[in-house]
Design a protein around this ligand. Structure first.
Ligand code: GLN
Length: 340
């Protein structure tokens, strides 16, 4: 049997005794490696998204000790889109607990595209909260529980997780509201299935707004680091999610976060992650770091091409894959815990 380690142990060992400059180097070099890649297409089914400059590319890593390492357009803003589903799911888990949430939405990967207009035939509920049907069901429950201020609460929570006040991109919101007929169809399907008893437009208003929140790659890294750091934002110390909500959220990200590309992602990257059609990907290394990437060209599953390549590159270089035998990722944690 030939051993074929996928981990660059030299780099990973360097990180065990790293300085901030060395980590910065890894982040910058992975970004540089993917810079020439122009594969994929910018999402255009939401007309306003088609106007996004396709070449933008930012990468950021935030550690559980609150350090940030970034490269490229890490401060360029884009709409969070489906990455938002992670935090509304965690928010609902916090509000009503696991049993009630699991009655509302499954945690079963589906091999259908994210916008498929179907429910799990066994349960008459959405397959999981990472596809649109599941996220809209979560939104419906939040709207029911929190009333007209539901979106304000969502925005507040997202801002606390990012560590700065976030805003909605009103143009993207309007654009999606005008053209979101598939999501409207899903909304009606859910209402017909008894998932909620609210006007569909009230629910979709929250959903379209949450998808239109503007973030940058650093925000996604910090939001990811908040999950990595057991629900506490490492930058501002805000305690946002309990351990159960973090565990359940990371689990469903791992199995369902990358849609029909989830299996390939799990084996190549080995990290819980969530993508959005705005070009963002957020990945989490449990107890260690959050990764945020932004590059708008998407593959067929709707995942950022360069974002995915960057995550593969970082996972290999730093040994971050959940099932890496050598697991130098834990050395990475020790390194980061050291004072600079
Ligand atoms: N707002 C988008 C939609 O509902 C989100 C999809 C995504 O990011 N995959 O179609």
């Amino acid at each position: 049997m030939t051993a074929s380690p996928s981990i660059n142990t030299a780099e990973a060992n360097a990180l065990a005794s790293q300085t901030a400059a060395e980590i910065e180097y890894i982040v910058i070099s992975r970004h540089n490696q993917m810079l020439a890649n122009r594969d994929g297409e910018v999402a255009d089914y939401i007309p306003e998204l088609a106007k996004v400059p396709a070449d933008q590319f930012g990468l950021a890593v935030a550690s559980k000790t609150g350090q940030i390492f970034s490269a490229g357009d890490a401060q360029a803003t884009f709409t969070i889109q489906s990455v938002s589903k992670v935090y509304t799911f965690a928010m609902l888990l916090e509000l009503v607990g696991r049993e009630e949430v699991y009655d509302l939405v499954g945690v079963q990967p589906s091999s259908d595209p994210f916008n498929t207009i179907t429910l799990d035939p066994r349960t008459n509920r959405p397959f999981n909260p990472m596809v649109n049907a599941g996220a809209i069901a979560v939104c419906g429950r939040l709207r029911q529980l929190l009333g007209p201020s539901a979106f304000d609460e969502v925005l507040k929570l997202f801002s606390r997780a990012a560590g700065r006040p976030l805003e909605v991109d009103e143009k993207v919101f309007e654009s999606e509201r005008e053209t979101g007929h598939r999501n409207r169809a899903i909304g009606h399907l859910l209402r017909a299935a008894g998932v909620y008893d609210l006007p569909v437009d009230e629910v979709l208003d929250v959903y379209f707004r949450q998808c239109s929140i503007k973030v940058n790659a650093i925000d996604l890294a910090v939001m990811g680091a908040t999950l990595a750091n057991l629900g506490v934002n490492p930058r501002n110390g805000e305690d946002l999610f309990g351990l159960d909500a973090v565990r359940d959220t990371l689990s469903v990200m791992f199995t369902c976060g990358m849609y029909d590309g989830a299996g390939d992602w799990a084996s190549r990257v080995g990290l819980p992650a969530k993508s959005g059609v705005g070009g963002g990907i957020m990945a989490v290394v449990n107890r260690q770091i959050g990764i945020g990437v932004f590059s708008p060209r998407l593959d067929e599953a709707g995942n950022s091409v360069r974002g995915k390549m960057c995550c593969i590159g970082l996972s290999e270089a730093l040994g971050l894959h959940a099932f890496d035998a050598a697991n130098p990722g834990s050395s990475f944690l020790k390194g980061l815990a050291k004072p600079a």
